[in-house]
Write a protein that binds this ligand. Structure first.
Ligand code: ATP
Length: 570
């Protein structure tokens, strides 16, 4: 089962409640631990029904699974542990689509994981279908979703050219969805449609009641509008609902639009006592978390660092590439190893650079170069599992585009070649493993190796014939190993996680969202940018380093002093 621990009286009240309940909690209050324990103890169990434990990110769902012993029956049907997207896909959209269209859908993270999903209108750019905001009736190009290099070109397109792209995008989207392939956004569009049909809504509610006696939702503050629709459906269906969260940790923009509806929903649930004991962080960190919070709630350090007197460390910088050295020195001065520190920032590039990692690479646009980069990343053990898995998806996509069946939907393609999705990925992995470092030799060598991979070509139906060798038989760009001096993440990506030492980077005031969070903090106003600072700071257990650009350093220092946060300038 889980790690042994003594739960507090407040945590026990959450674990043992026998009816629906809404609990708010400070960061590090152990709400995730408590709800995992509730999932295990199941005070509202039913002999045939399961319990669902829903999180908002894959990382959080993985963490919940990790805390429940591997192989435990609790991880199996009829129980569910996963993200809200997976819950919606499996228990609402899949049965809804089967009922409505007689099709069992498949779900993809992004359209770009599928072949032939770029929109080619004979213009200077061919955006991915992912760059469009689509509902069932219209598609709209969202320039912010384009690669940086394409944005200027996109801004210069004539209105009729944009309309042409949008028409083609809507056509492709409609074709893919009708064939039963959906991304998370498409799935939510379908969900709305299904829940507007009273009969179908009733059927789906019945399916949920037959399946679950209780649904537990972690991080309730992250709900968007469709998620609230689902919660309302669960409540109407009479399923016991246990929801926990911290409204101050709402750091996704859509929360703004849903705040009122979410509050109304939460007010309809019986409220439990707020959990205000922070097991994660030292007193100094609890103190800056209180300062960053826009309400008057105050937390108490009650965990293993409650007697630690280390102050928050404040460091100034002019350029982020000065930071790796400074941060490493701070971690050694505090007797911490480099692995104990994570560098967090709002933007991935800032975090990457402050951690001393290689910058993003440009590998060119030829299929051979793209395939080489994806194969290289798949085999690069220094990269994260997510990055390598995404690269494997890209290998699959490029191979499919090299075949005659690129237009077939993935399910039809797999059926045609008599393989499962898993076998498809294994084949892609095998192929990538043939040339773990394509950059050791010129592009023509990779092309020759691919031409001799006949078993893979037959099994997956692709051919290397159309691959062009880049000019001069030289690689246009080479992905550098992603070995960073320190580990790093965006604040959003590190939500729900913790580390002994966190370095939170606040870049130059004119360019950064976090700097506007500092303005909100100074002015005492609530805002998402301030909440991002709050989430970032509250990930630290023993040592929090605030790396503030020199343009904002003074303001950060005076806020800390104003609120009595123990601070040391380093
Ligand atoms: N009763 C307890 N006794 C000791 N340590 C605890 C207890 N409950 C939780 N913890 C520890 O506190 C830390 C935070 O727990 P958890 O991640 O569950 O908090 P959380 O409320 O979900 O945090 P957040 O919302 O900030 O992500 C973990 O390291 C956990 O092991």
């Amino acid at each position: 089962m889980t790690e042994r621990r003594d739960f507090t009286k407040e945590q026990r009240a959450l674990i043992g409640a026998t009816a629906s309940l809404c609990i708010s909690a400070c960061p590090g209050a152990g709400k995730t631990h408590a709800i995992v324990q509730r999932f295990i103890e199941r005070p509202v169990r039913h002999p045939r029904k399961g319990i669902a434990l829903i999180s908002f990110t894959n990382a959080a769902a993985d963490e919940a699974r990790r805390r429940i012993a591997a192989g435990s029956d609790l991880l199996c049907v009829p129980n569910f542990i996963g993200t809200i997207d997976a819950f919606i896909n499996r228990y609402l959209v899949a049965p809804g689509m089967l009922e409505r269209k007689g099709v069992s859908p498949t779900f993809r993270d992004k359209w770009s994981s599928l072949p032939n999903t770029t929109i080619d209108a004979g213009l200077a750019i061919s955006p991915s279908l992912d760059a469009f905001v689509v509902d069932a009736q219209s598609a709209k190009l969202d320039i912010a979703r384009l690669p940086y290099a394409d944005r200027r070109t996109a801004h210069n397109l004539k209105p009729e050219q944009v309309s042409r792209l949008e028409r083609l995008a809507l056509g492709l989207w409609t074709k893919l969805v009708a064939g039963g392939t959906l991304t998370a956004a498409a799935s939510r569009t379908a969900l709305r449609v299904y829940l507007e049909d009273p009969n179908l809504k009733q059927q789906l509610a019945q399916l949920l009641t037959d399946r679950f006696s209780e649904v537990i939702v972690d991080e309730i503050q992250d709900c968007c509008e469709e998620d609230i629709l689902v919660l309302e459906l669960l409540r109407e269906a009479g399923i016991c609902l246990t929801v926990v969260g911290d409204l101050e940790q709402a750091i996704y923009g859509f929360r703004q639009q849903t705040a009122t509806r979410l509050s109304a929903f939460l007010h309809g649930l019986p409220a439990g006592e707020r959990l205000d004991g922070n097991f994660r962080s030292s007193p100094a960190i609890c103190s800056i978390v209180d300062s960053l919070r826009s309400t008057d709630d105050s937390d108490k350090s009650v965990g293993r660092y409650q007697s630690d007197s280390t102050a928050v460390q404040l460091v100034s910088f002019a350029r982020t590439n000065e930071l790796p050295k400074k941060l490493m020195k701070i971690s050694s001065d505090n007797h911490l190893g480099h692995k104990d520190m994570v560098v967090l920032a709002h933007a991935a590039n800032t975090a990457r650079s402050a951690a001393g990692a290689a910058t993003e690479y440009q590998v060119g646009t030829s299929k051979l170069a793209l395939l080489a980069a994806a194969m290289y990343i798949v085999s690069d053990e220094s990269r994260s599992g997510a990055e390598r898995s995404q690269a494997l998806t890209s290998v699959g996509r490029y191979l499919r585009e090299l075949g005659d069946d690129g237009d077939l939907q993935q399910q039809a393609y797999l059926a045609k070649f008599g393989i499962t999705e898993r076998e498809f990925r294994e084949e892609c992995l095998r192929l990538a493993g043939l040339v773990p470092d394509p950059y050791n030799a010129p592009p023509s060598a990779l092309k020759t190796t691919l031409a001799t991979a006949t078993a893979s070509q037959e099994r997956l139906g692709w051919s290397s014939g159309s691959l062009r060798i880049p000019a001069g038989d030289d690689w246009p760009g080479v992905p550098k190993p992603s070995e960073a001096a320190l580990s790093y993440s965006t604040v959003h990506g590190f939500k729900g996680l913790e580390r002994t030492c966190v370095a939170l980077v606040i870049p130059e005031s004119t360019r950064s969202d976090l700097a506007s969070g500092v303005d909100q903090w100074t002015a005492g106003t609530a805002g998402e940018a301030r909440r991002v600072l709050y989430v970032g700071a509250s990930r630290a257990e023993r040592l929090l380093v605030i790396a503030a650009h020199r343009s904002i350093y003074g303001e950060v220092l005076s806020n800390l002093q104003r609120d009595g946060v123990p601070v040391e300038q380093v």
